[in-house]
Ligand binder design. Structure first.
Ligand code: PHE
Length: 468
């Protein structure tokens, strides 16, 4: 068994891979929307506080738990809990497994939306060269797309195969290489989009809406939503960062990397929001349209607007969907890696078999998710949660509301209460930590602030608040 474990080749490799996991549909699709729904400014501020007070300390906790044990989620949490409580190994392992399960479920439906970005990439390339078809209804096109079962299966199969292919080649030759190649492209495209958006007439209003807080507009649920989203967007609470942490060698700093990952993820979410809002405020009638549908903007309004309103839209259109696809891919590979690494580390299965086996098993559930919108899904008639129908929304509801917060809560206990002070201190204060970092502050946040905040989400969910 004692094969040498792969490690990130450098700090940049680690940061790019983990940032790739963090930046995804959550940044480009979910965040702009919840910001819109919650009326901007004050919500953004609350979100930033959640990221700094809860997200950042948990990011450090997950990476350090992984790095210390050099094992993926299950093995790492077993060891973390056993440091002070040898009888707790089983419990730690169970929580790790809860994360593996979350990765499994999350990947099964995430792939479907990722597949849509492929569809719109092909479409926009066609329009760029052939012209946007006059009189076509973008809403109808979207409707036809999601309800076409064969197309949905083909798109998500394509995306799954891409994900498996990367993870198959392992940490350095697969995940890190793809992150090094794709993230700079992603940043580049996003900057181009930002310049274009800022030249639109609604840019000023957009910036004000995002950055000028109006606390009268803030609702109680918004705080929970902001906190819940900070888990999703930073890939926390399900073992992804623990697993990526287990590939950190002694030479790299957990603290520096965490700071960079969290900062980049937040920056990209804000940029994406400014871009979306600039378009919304520049185009007549958009506000009403957007309030009606959450997927609408990304896949219904934007495709059309690229060809009518957005400066340089003919070029930016296809590039934008490349951006969405790349962002999604670097997230899906981290999800598959959690499941594969579990099979590799805990079950002794070789990487090639683990990756293909896990990928294929997950794809079975992707089929349900892909058919959620076609009316042909077996599960689409099963009402498990209130008004949520279909594997797609059931899964999203369960993962975002229940699995990530409970997983995250346990991570705070593992790092803050079960691991010894000395162990976490040596992991974080390894001589390369940046000057802004104070171990005592981290320890206070991970023992008190983060668990209390996360417990609040869990209690709210139990009493029936739905923020997914
Ligand atoms: N962070 C990703 C996003 O924002 C989603 C994700 C969650 C990926 C958990 C991996 C693990 O889209």
């Amino acid at each position: 068994m004692s094969q040498r474990r792969d490690h990130w080749s450098s700090n940049a490799g680690l940061v790019l891979a983990a940032t790739g996991s963090a930046i995804g549909l959550g940044n480009l699709w979910k965040f702009p929307f919840i910001t819109w729904e919650n009326n901007g400014g004050a919500f953004v501020l609350v979100y930033l506080i959640c990221i700094a007070a809860v997200g950042l300390p948990i990011m450090m906790a997950e990476l350090l738990i992984g790095r210390r044990s050099q094992k993926s989620a299950v093995g790492a949490l077993k060891e973390a809990v056993a440091s002070k409580w040898p009888g707790g190994r089983r419990l730690g392992g169970l929580v790790g497994f809860w994360g593996v399960l979350a990765g499994f479920i999350l990947l099964s439906y995430y792939t479907v939306i990722a597949g849509w970005s492929l569809f719109y990439f092909f479409k926009t390339v066609g329009w760029t060269f052939g012209g946007y078809p006059a009189g076509m209804s973008a809403g109808d096109l979207f409707g036809a797309q999601v309800s076409n079962a064969g197309l949905q299966l083909a798109l998500s199969l394509g995306f799954s195969v891409g994900t498996i292919a990367v993870v198959y080649f392992g940490v350095n030759k697969g995940i890190e290489r793809i992150a090094r190649l794709f993230l700079p492209i992603l940043f580049g495209i996003l900057l181009l989009m930002l310049f274009s958006a800022l030249s639109m007439s609604g840019a000023g209003e957009a910036l004000a809406h995002v950055f000028r807080p109006n606390f009268a507009e803030l609702e109680r649920e918004a705080v929970l939503e902001a906190l819940g989203h900070s888990f999703f967007t930073l890939s926390l609470g399900m073992g992804a960062m623990i697993t990526y942490g287990s590939y950190i060698s002694r030479k790299l700093s957990v603290v520096k990397a965490s700071g960079a990952i969290v900062a980049l993820d937040t920056l990209i979410a804000l940029i994406a929001t400014v871009i979306m809002f600039s378009v919304i405020f520049s185009v007549a009638g958009m506000r009403e349209q957007v309030s009606g549908s959450t997927v609408g903007m990304l896949f219904i309004s934007l495709p059309e607007l690229f060809y009518s309103e957005v400066p340089f839209g003919v070029v930016l259109g296809p590039l934008f969907y490349v951006l969405v696809a790349l962002a999604a891919l670097t997230s899906t590979i981290s999800l598959l890696e959690v499941v594969s690494a579990y099979l590799i580390d805990q079950r002794g299965i070789a990487r090639n078999k683990a990756t293909i086996g896990a990928g294929a098993a997950i794809f079975v559930f992707t089929i349900f998710a892909a058919l959620s919108f076609t009316g042909e899904g077996i599960l689409s008639t099963m009402e498990i949660f209130k008004d949520k129908v279909g594997w797609f929304s059931t899964a999203d509801h369960f993962v975002s509301n229940w699995m990530l917060p409970t997983g995250g809560f346990f991570v705070t206990l593992a790092a803050g209460w079960f691991m010894t002070r000395e162990a976490t201190r040596t992991e974080l204060m390894d001589g390369s930590e940046p000057r802004w970092f104070h171990y005592g502050a981290w320890r206070f946040f991970i023992r008190w602030v983060a668990p209390v905040a996360v417990a609040a989400i869990i209690i709210a969910v139990i009493v029936g608040v739905d923020f997914s």
